[in-house]
Ligand binder design. Structure first.
Ligand code: ATP
Length: 341
């Protein structure tokens, strides 16, 4: 493991922001810390960077314990949410800043800055000031500045949050490409599941100061270990009394069941004749159009689920009686996730 945290605790007064956190990220991987606001993502990042110290536990970078090494000596680049560029300095000087502090010779600084301008697609903009750049360009300057001293680890705190939607998705892919090209181990914080799924090699789901699950985007999506993870990544509805549904048997000590829209088939009356024996009757409570699809909230004897109705099919309307087949459910008990089919 290139970056590793072992049994980390961090307390702010009575509040435990990190609660026995352990994980490892392999060299060259891009990991996302994904979780709701206040779940402790930024605290973890700041401890890796050395901007904050844990109350207990060990932090390793490249196999070496770094708890007692000051931030500036950890070989880390940090990109903040708000670009944090120097307003009165040109792009060139912003990128050169850390190198000048490190007393790199002028000629070498120039070479390195031009190399980074090229890498980040900013060539030609070196004499501009931050207010003469777009949000996406500013964030790329912030990346270039963080990369200038050749860090071994890149940490990014909500790097896309201040950027508008279209540029944000371009920048995400750009980041993914750049990180894999440079082979630099990177960790970014986000509360946006789409962002984490699209960009990261590994996702760490944070909740109440703990890591609830770590895995590839596909693992997290397909095999959620807790109801929280199932609800945080991918779309889902909670199903109370799932054993009242046809074809599902009760699991001893089960606490919660969850269904995703892709586990359901919704049909207008009569459309699913062949499968009638397996279907439930429900009443449409809401129809939400979201550009590429239509979400339909259906009430099956008090169980509310969200299904998808493709745009090519006849629409359904509120109050209509429909047939629903539920193919699959996640059922959770204290320890395990069961996929019932
Ligand atoms: P967000 O997405 O809102 O930034 P986060 O998951 O990054 O949230 P953290 O910033 O790590 O969460 O904060 C975790 C908790 O620790 C929060 O409840 C926060 O109020 C608390 N906290 C963070 N820093 C401090 C501090 N310096 N003093 C006291 N409490 C703090």
């Amino acid at each position: 493991m290139y970056v590793e945290m072992r049994n980390i605790y961090k307390q702010y007064g009575n509040f435990r922001a990190s609660d026995n956190v352990s994980f490892g990220i392999e060299k060259g991987k891009l990991a996302a810390l994904l979780g709701p606001s206040g779940s402790g993502k930024t605290t973890l990042l700041r401890m890796i960077a050395g901007l904050e110290n844990p109350n207990a536990g060990d932090i390793f970078i490249d196999g070496k314990r770094v708890n007692d090494i000051p931030a500036a000596k950890r070989g880390i680049g940090f990109v903040f949410q708000s670009y944090a560029l120097f307003r009165y300095m040109t792009v060139f000087d912003n990128i050169a800043f850390g190198l000048e502090i490190a007393k790199m010779p002028k000629k070498q600084i120039k070479e390195r800055v031009f190399e980074l301008l090229e890498l980040t697609g900013l060539s030609g903009l070196e004499n501009r000031y931050p207010n003469q750049l777009s949000g996406g360009q500013r964030q790329r300057v912030a990346f270039a500045r963080a990369l200038a001293p050749n860090p071994q680890v890149l940490l990014l705190d909500e790097p896309f949050a201040a950027i508008d939607a279209k540029v944000r998705s371009e920048l995400r892919l750009w980041l993914k490409e750049m990180v894999s090209k440079l082979g630099i181990t990177s960790i970014f914080v986000t509360h946006d599941q789409d962002e984490a799924v699209e960009v990261a090699d590994e996702i760490l789901i944070t909740n109440h100061g703990k890591i609830e699950q770590m895995g590839s985007p596909l693992e997290i999506y397909k095999s959620p270990k807790t109801p929280f993870v199932a609800q945080f990544v991918g779309r889902s509805s909670i199903v109370e009394n799932y054993e009242s549904l046809k074809g599902f048997e009760k699991i001893e000590h089960a606490q919660k069941a969850i269904v995703r829209p892709e586990f359901l088939e919704l049909a207008k009356k009569g459309e699913l004749k062949r499968y009638m024996s397996a279907s439930e009757k429900g009443i449409v409570e809401d129809v939400i159009f979201s550009g590429s699809r239509r979400d339909v909230v259906v009430n099956i004897n008090g169980i509310k689920v969200t299904a998808e109705r493709s745009l090519e099919k006849d629409p359904v309307s509120v109050g209509e009686e429909v047939d629903i087949i539920i193919y699959r459910l996640y059922v959770f008990d204290e320890k395990e996730t069961y996929l019932l089919e």
